[in-house]
Design a protein around this ligand. Structure first.
Ligand SMILES: [Zn+2]
Ligand SMILES: [Zn+2]
Length: 258
């Protein structure tokens, strides 16, 4: 224990990190000698931004695809600078027996930081997990919810694939003064792989139809650039691939967690 008195801001940060409820934090700040106005202003200060965001590999691939190796590398470096890992929060502190604050249903000595919207239970900071709005850790771990998440992630990949197929068809047809047979055939050939595999993806929870669709599209981009397609079409294509890569990496992550 250091002899140095804690600043009000440091105390606020520590109490928030320890998961104390709002009224407990307010009373502790007032005990430091702060008046009501000062406490109000201090509590309004937003806590330091959460920067523990991890960058999925697909985003790196998309950055290199969009910017080339040099520009993409710089893009990745700049994004990683902004997402340095957060230091772990201090351990939660047990409430005094006389403290009337709401308590975690699992850990009766720890303060509740909120109510789980799924099971309705009071949860402490640890039980709340990273996103309480989607359910506490216990609910997140239930097989039904995990299956639901995999299904939703797979559906997102399928819908994105169909949207990209539509976009490619639109880009191929825009700018042509009349639709010739070869243009129509070419468009069907370009759109068929993502359309077919994305339709399959809508019914399948495994990521493979999305991956095959993505590989086909990447091949088409190469063919397209060799054949001399317009830059606007190429950009739309790469954007579609980037979106699908991100969604696929999310699907893989959700499946791994399930
Ligand atoms: Zn719950
Ligand atoms: Zn708990």
């Amino acid at each position: 224990v250091s002899a140095e008195p804690e600043t009000p801001w440091a105390l606020l940060k520590r109490l928030r990190a320890e998961g104390h409820p709002h009224d407990v934090v307010v009373s502790r700040l007032k005990a430091l000698g702060l008046d009501d106005e000062d406490v109000k202003v201090l509590m309004l200060e937003t806590p330091p931004a959460a920067s523990g965001m991890e960058m999925p590999d697909a985003v790196k691939v998309a950055a290199v695809l969009a910017g080339g190796p040099v520009l993409g590398g710089l893009l990745i470096a700049s994004m990683q600078d902004a997402t340095l890992p957060r230091e772990p929060p201090p351990p939660q502190v047990e409430l005094a027996d006389a403290d009337p604050s709401p308590r975690c249903a699992q850990h009766v000595k720890l303060a509740s930081v909120g109510t789980c919207p799924r099971c309705g239970g009071f949860v402490c900071r640890d039980c709340a997990g990273e996103s309480l709005s989607a359910g506490c850790k216990k609910c997140q771990a239930s097989p039904a919810l995990r299956d639901q998440k995999v299904k939703a992630a797979a559906r997102a990949v399928g819908i994105a694939g169909l949207a990209v197929a539509g976009l490619i068809a639109l880009l191929a047809l825009i700018g042509s003064t009349h639709v010739s047979l070869s243009l129509a055939l070419g468009t069907v050939l370009l759109v068929a792989p993502p359309a077919i595999f994305s339709t399959v993806q809508l019914a399948v929870r495994s990521p493979w139809p999305g991956i095959v669709s993505l590989v086909c599209m990447a091949g088409e981009v190469v063919l397209f650039s060799v054949a001399g397609g317009g830059p606007a079409g190429g950009c739309g294509w790469i954007l579609g691939i980037a979106v699908q890569s991100v969604l696929l990496s999310r699907l893989l992550k959700v499946r791994k967690a399930a």
